[in-house]
Design a protein around this ligand. Structure first.
Ligand SMILES: NC(=O)c1ccc[n+]([C@@H]2O[C@H](COP(=O)([O-])OP(=O)(O)OC[C@H]3O[C@@H](n4cnc5c(N)ncnc54)[C@H](OP(=O)(O)O)[C@@H]3O)[C@@H](O)[C@H]2O)c1
Length: 299
């Protein structure tokens, strides 16, 4: 692989920020780009990227992630989740550099009943999942050296995520209702970022290999429900003096949303471990560490 920094797209997004931090901690040069200078809504803003930054690798962590808003903003979701990544992939192909593209568990309908493997058929339930699936396909069909990493339930010490939503709610109320019949794998943005930096190091070490192309699942180890996740968040926050609210388990049917969420989107990450030697940590330890960071204000 060529010398040069890792080019990270996604501006101030949770994963983009975590990637920047993980790369710097590993002593790897990184450049992070975001709006307005990098904007999938202005496709020509991408065109000089690879020439200007001469990266060794591109990681696309930019996406339209507002799951419910996507239902009424379909064109923008496809611009950011399919057309933009397709253009980024053709730039990577032209420059001869690999592209790591991040995707989602929402490509599945959640009806399998056991963790999904990469070869399971996708069947998204809404515009967000469909646009991300279209993006995966566009990237893989582009001719670029492309690795697609599907992740799930991402949270960090900053940004818009379930952990911060729960902690904020605990300041306002002593009773919450949380869905208890959807299962998934919580993923700390910092863990996924470290996994991506480790994959980048592997690419640098071995050069590109055919086995690196395609889809890989990359989520925190273990799984829970949103209700179990909320209980774990409050158990950790209690160590910092936060009074835990009562968390009432409810059914999905009691919490209607514009987009149907997959009931069970657990991801089997064995292929990632076998190919890249990378396994994300157990979700409980990462949650505990993240909540410590939030309370220490060290994120
Ligand atoms: N969050 C989750 O629970 C979750 C679950 C599964 C998969 N994922 C995937 O993980 C990846 C990272 O997600 P995240 O949680 O870091 O999301 P995030 O915090 O919402 O960040 C996404 C970033 O994408 C950028 N962006 C949005 N629209 C754009 C556009 N039209 N042009 C250029 N940049 C645009 C924004 O950057 P600016 O700062 O420049 O505005 C935004 O900060 C995404 O591919 C997402 O689909 C996330």
């Amino acid at each position: 692989m060529a010398d040069g920094p890792i080019l990270i797209t996604g501006g101030s997004g949770q994963l983009a920020r975590a990637l920047d931090k993980a790369a710097r901690a590993a002593g790897v040069a990184a450049v992070r780009v975001g709006r307005p200078e990098f904007d999938f809504d202005r496709p020509d803003s991408l065109d000089t990227l690879t020439r200007h930054h001469a990266p060794a690798l591109v990681v696309n962590a930019a996406a339209y992630t507002a799951v419910d808003a996507a239902e009424t903003d379909e064109a923008a979701a496809y611009r950011a989740n399919r057309d933009g990544p397709a253009r980024l992939a053709s730039l990577a192909a032209a420059a001869g550099i690999p592209l790591l593209h991040v995707s989602t568990d929402f490509v599945f309908d959640g009806r399998k009943g056991e963790p999904y493997v990469e070869s399971d058929p996708a069947s998204p339930q809404g515009v967000y999942g469909a646009s991300k699936l279209a993006g995966e396909r566009a990237v893989l069909d582009s001719g670029a050296r492309a690795t697609v990493l599907r992740t799930s339930w991402v949270y960090g010490a900053q940004g818009k995520n379930f952990v911060l939503t729960m902690l904020n709610a605990a300041r306002r109320t002593d009773r919450l209702r949380v869905v208890a019949d959807q299962k998934g794998c919580p993923t700390a943005a910092s863990d996924l970022a470290q996994a991506i930096v480790a994959i980048a190091a592997r690419l640098r070490q071995t050069g590109w290999q055919d086995g690196y192309a395609g889809i890989f699942h990359a989520a925190g180890t273990g799984s829970t429900t949103w209700h179990g996740f909320a209980e774990a968040i409050f158990a950790n926050a209690a160590r910092h003096g936060v009074k835990p609210p009562v968390v009432e388990p409810i059914a999905t049917a009691d919490w209607p949303t514009p987009t149907r969420r997959p009931a069970d989107s657990r991801l089997d990450c064995a292929k990632l471990a076998a190919t890249f030697g990378v396994r994300l940590p157990e979700w409980q330890g990462s949650l505990s560490r993240t909540i410590d960071e939030i309370h220490a204000g060290t994120a």
